[in-house]
Design a protein around this ligand. Sequence first.
Ligand SMILES: Nc1ncnc2c1ncn2[C@@H]1O[C@H](COP(=O)(O)OP(=O)(O)OP(=O)(O)O)[C@@H](O)[C@H]1O
Ligand SMILES: [Mg+2]
Length: 252
Amino acid sequence: MLKAKEIVKDFGGLRAINHCSIEVEKGSIVGLIGPNGAGKTTLFNVITSMYKPDAGRVTFKGEDITGLRPDQICQKGITRTFQISRELKIMTLLENIMLGFKDQRGEKIMRGILNPASVKEQERKNLERSLEILEAMKLYELRNEPAAILSGGQRKMLELGQALATAPEMLLLDEPTAGAMAGETAMVVSFIRRMREEQGLTFLIVEHKMEVIMGICDKIIVMNYGEKLMEGSAEEVRQNEQVREAYLGRGA
Ligand SMILES: Nc1ncnc2c1ncn2[C@@H]1O[C@H](COP(=O)(O)OP(=O)(O)OP(=O)(O)O)[C@@H](O)[C@H]1O
Ligand SMILES: [Mg+2]
């Protein structure tokens, strides 16, 4: 479904990604791991066109999407979340989720001119869908509270909800359980599983918590110094000597 081929990204003299290629199959959950600074977030930024690669191509469902604008990438069906939650604290949970629908606005403006009634209808649908999302995340009771009151894990769930509102086919999650407590982490994990099962969504997930990655991924890609070190099953990654060295340093 998604292919990044021979991606190179430099920041001044620093090569953050060095001829890295990855593939994500439709309907799969793929983990992207590696030590701090390995280039995981930068690869997300290249795939979602927040950064332009210095070399390499990204294709989605066979179509070359390299160089499209981030909103165009979203229209194609790829949505991402961020390592640091970007929810708007003074807005309510419901307002935050409704924001996720904003990428459909262009279409809405045109239809608004042609048929104002259909815009009202769309808004009603968005509201209904937002409430459904909040319900599924067990945040419905808090829907009219400001996002500032949420715990770390609830924030991550809210961000996942915003991403879902864009009706994606593929989600790129950057550390979806960072700052979440054990119980909340389990909830995020089971939610990801459910979205794959019920909606057939495809996932690429960066995560430092190994129990999360090992538990939900069909395939794990390991990055180190901007390159793909290896890829394989949880077991293969666990057994791999080079992976151990990358994390622990030589001689460990
Ligand atoms: N905007 C930028 N400008 C300059 N250097 C950058 C920029 N973004 C990332 N880097 C550098 O590129 C390298 C890869 O960073 P990146 O954030 O992709 O790593 P990461 O694998 O996501 O790490 P972490 O697990 O700590 O989040 C690092 O050396 C980082 O300092
Ligand atoms: Mg990162």
